[in-house]
Design a protein around this ligand. Sequence first.
Ligand code: SF4
Length: 90
Amino acid sequence: MSVSESLAQNCYHPDRRSHIDLQDDVDEQQAALLEKICPAGLFQRDADGRLIFHHQGCLECGCCRLMVGDAALSAWRYPPSGSGIVLRFG
Ligand code: SF4
């Protein structure tokens, strides 16, 4: 099973508000790192090349927080109870 197929097995209950926020001015090195390390590919570029984030498919793994922390993220918290990813075991 590919990574994409595996990710498609997950079940999400996204909150309307993002639980992760980008700083207003993320430097290019941090932006490139976020694009590369997020296993769900949620950090992308808009048509003008600015970094954008889609919170709906977040795996809540914390890689982005560990790699860039406050340098690029103004907030990182878990989604409210009852929302976010539903992990499946087995
Ligand atoms: S917590 Fe993990 S899946 Fe969610 S945005 Fe950060 S790196 Fe991507």
